[in-house]
Design a protein around this ligand. Sequence first.
Ligand SMILES: Cc1cc2nc3c(=O)[nH]c(=O)nc-3n(C[C@H](O)[C@H](O)[C@H](O)COP(=O)(O)OP(=O)(O)OC[C@H]3O[C@@H](n4cnc5c(N)ncnc54)[C@H](O)[C@@H]3O)c2cc1C
Length: 403
Amino acid sequence: MKNPRVLVSGASIGGPAVAYWLNRFGFDVTVVEKADSIRTGGQAVDFKGPVHHDVLKRMGILDDVMAANVPNADGITVNAKGRKVGTIPGEFAGGEINVPRGDLATILYRLTADEARYIFGDSITSLTETDTGVDVTFLHTPAQTFDIVIGADGMHSNVRALAFGPEEDYVHHLGYYYVLAGLETGEDDIMYNEPGRMAAIGSTKAPAFFVFASELLPPARDDIALQKQQAVDALSGGQWRLPELVAQIPHAEEFFMDSISRATLDHYSNGRVVLVGDAAYGNALGGFGTGLALVGAYVLAGELAKANGAHTQAFLAYENKIRDYAAISQKVNAGRLMAPRTRYGIVLRNLLFSSLSFAGPLMKVIDRPATNIELEDYTPLAVLHSSRASADDRGDSFPTWGS
Ligand SMILES: Cc1cc2nc3c(=O)[nH]c(=O)nc-3n(C[C@H](O)[C@H](O)[C@H](O)COP(=O)(O)OP(=O)(O)OC[C@H]3O[C@@H](n4cnc5c(N)ncnc54)[C@H](O)[C@@H]3O)c2cc1C
């Protein structure tokens, strides 16, 4: 039997990570990404605790990730006059390892570029499952059939919409948006709040980062100009340095905006289609999304290898192992902490973080979910793949697949 053919949609974090493991286990992997190249940008993303550490190590990228590490630093909170009113402990702002999201995406892409087939600037337009596979059509690439399709295409997943149903059935807006923008800020790690709005500038994690409370805005997925306008509208009329920062937004070359949302699915798979990363678990901005995507990709690929490509069995095992771990994404809403909606809430939040005796233990409780899984070591299954590969060199077929 031939190596199972897997199509992955999305080449950010979860996509290249699952492609890496599937390649190691002998699957034939194609990755389709909507953007014309790997998307850089975004703030530094966090890795916390031994589980994240183990997965990075097993992937052989720990050193590269460490080399890109951005150390945590304490930030200060200021009032409208720029006067210091509190401190945000560095541990709160990040994990043990913090790597700019774009650097991580690039590391993962380089790790897989020679093994997986990458198609940039394209998108799946239909998925039709048959008894033997999934017939896939694309915007540009000719139609092909795959054994398995993986949606790693983020919170607004195209694969989820095609295989499960419309986004509004699965994604729940948590009342906040976040904005990353490459602005000239000229100050060190300062955070300013007004009810329902936060601006953080000069942090080691991102040049300018805003959070604002808002009802769901009209969709502006691929329309950056409209997203910028929405951000400007939501952040205008403020005090401190907000007017000057907001005036720069329309001209920012680096810009990313998204809602803080939760994805809630009864199952992560439907037939031969399965979801990983934000597409499955959402992104509530609590510093868990990227670690979740890497761990989820590892477990999904490992279970597919363990089941010799038998997708029904593998998807069930993946779901059973990951659901509890991903439960953190159902609980966190970092928007509430970053941009409390009342003056009283802001004062309380600042007091909380300025009390170091409280902040230390609180961090430990907050970070505990990152370690809440017993990781199986799937790496020996890569040896099985090597024997399949040498069988291929001899011209043999791969008798172990599906047997
Ligand atoms: C440019 C960018 C900046 C980000 N900045 C931050 C940040 O500052 N803070 C934060 O907490 N999180 C940020 N995120 C989200 C963060 O990367 C994820 O929460 C987490 O790393 C899990 O990653 P993921 O691979 O599941 O999803 P994502 O990182 O969201 O990646 C999804 C990928 O799928 C691609 N895609 C979308 N639709 C299609 C389609 N139809 N066909 C093919 N490909 C498609 C996207 O272009 C993207 O490359 C950002 C994501 C992106 C893409």
